[in-house]
Design a protein around this ligand. Structure first.
Ligand SMILES: C[S@@+](CC[C@H](N)C(=O)[O-])C[C@H]1O[C@@H](n2cnc3c(N)ncnc32)[C@H](O)[C@@H]1O
Length: 252
C-alpha cells in the first residue's frame, strides 16, 4: 500500500540534486530574512524542517551553533550532506523523519526554520504541533510557504496546476488558514510578510519531471482561465506565472 509519504519520497528522492541546484530555492527575501533571524541566535540549536535541497540550513549554519536538517527523503539528505561538505559547513547534520512524527525530545531546539514544505505534509496540524513540541518554550519559528489567494477561483486554479505538476502536492494554504493552524498548535505570531515569486514554467516542470500529459493539462487550464485568474497569477505566454509567498515569524 502506497502512503502519501511514499508519494512524496518518490517525487523528491530522484530530484534531490535539482533541488540543491534550483535558483528558485537558493534565493529570495524570505531566505534573507531567515538568515537575519539566525544571526541573532549565535548559540542556537536549529532545526531545518523539510530541508529539501538544504538552502535554509546553508544560510543559517554559519551564524548558529548547530543545524539539524530534517526531511522525509533519504536521497535529499544525502544530497544535502554532500553539498554541506562541498561548502565546508561543519555544524550541519541530517536526520530522516516526517514532520508529523519528529524523532527529537521536547524542547530540543532554540530556532525552527521551515520553508516550502508544509504544502506537501499529509497533516499540517500534526506537523505544527510537533514543531511546537520540539521548540524550547519561547523558542522562535519561521514558516515560509506559497500561499493561496483569498478568492476561491484563484485558490482552485493554483491547487489544480500544483497537483498536475506534482502529485505530492496537498494544499497551498491561505494566510488565514496558516494563522489559524499556527494558533491551534500553540504558536504566537509576531510578524507576517509576503512577496511574489516567479515560477518559470520550463524549469518548474523540469525540476519535478512532470509527465507530458500533465504539462498539456496545465497549459490548457491556463489558456481557459478567466482574465481575473490570468491577471492574478500574471500568467505569461510560455506558462510562467507568479505566486504569493508568506513568511510567518512565530514564538512557541
Ligand atoms: C520544495 S522542498 C523544500 C525546500 C527547502 N526547504 C528550501 O527552502 O529550499 C520540499 C521538501 O519537503 C519534504 N517533505 C514533504 N513532506 C514532508 C513531511 N511530511 N515531513 C518532512 N519532509 C517533508 C520533501 O521530501 C522535500 O524535500
Amino acid at each position: 500500500m502506497q502512503t502519501h509519504d511514499d508519494v512524496v519520497d518518490r517525487q523528491f528522492g530522484p530530484r534531490a540534486n535539482a533541488y540543491v541546484a534550483s535558483p528558485t530555492h537558493a534565493g529570495g527575501p524570505d531566505l534573507d530574512r531567515i538568515e537575519t533571524i539566525a544571526r541573532a541566535f549565535p548559540h542556537a540549536k536549529v532545526l531545518d524542517l523539510g530541508c529539501g535541497g538544504g538552502h535554509v540550513a546553508y544560510r543559517a549554519a554559519p551564524h548558529v551553533a548547530e543545524v539539524i536538517a530534517c526531511d522525509l527523503s533519504p536521497q535529499m539528505l544525502n544530497a544535502v550532506e554532500a553539498e554541506a561538505t562541498r561548502r565546508g559547513i561543519g555544524n550541519l547534520t541530517t536526520r530522516q523523519a516526517a514532520a508529523e512524527a519528529l524523532p527529537f525530545a521536547h524542547a530540543s531546539f532554540d530556532l525552527l526554520l521551515c520553508r516550502f514544505t508544509a504544502h506537501h505534509w499529509h497533516d499540517l496540524d500534526a506537523g505544527l504541533r510537533e514543531a511546537r513540541r520540539v521548540l524550547k518554550p519561547g523558542g522562535r519559528a519561521v514558516f515560509s510557504d506559497v500561499v493561496a489567494p483569498a478568492h476561491p477561483l484563484l485558490d482552485t486554479h493554483l491547487q489544480a496546476v500544483e497537483l498536475l505538476r506534482d502529485t505530492s502536492h496537498v494544499r497551498d494554504y491561505r494566510i488565514d488558514e496558516w494563522q489559524a493552524a499556527l494558533g491551534r498548535a500553540g504558536f504566537t505570531i509576531d510578524a507576517v510578510a509576503t512577496h511574489r515569486l516567479a515560477m518559470e514554467f520550463a524549469s518548474w516542470v523540469a525540476r519535478m519531471h512532470t509527465p507530458e500529459p500533465h504539462i498539456i493539462a496545465i497549459r490548457a487550464l491556463q489558456r481557459a482561465a478567466s482574465e481575473g485568474v490570468k491577471r492574478g497569477f500574471e500568467i505569461a505566454d510560455d506558462g510562467s506565472f507568479m505566486v504569493d509567498v508568506a513568511l510567518f515569524e512565530a514564538r512557541a
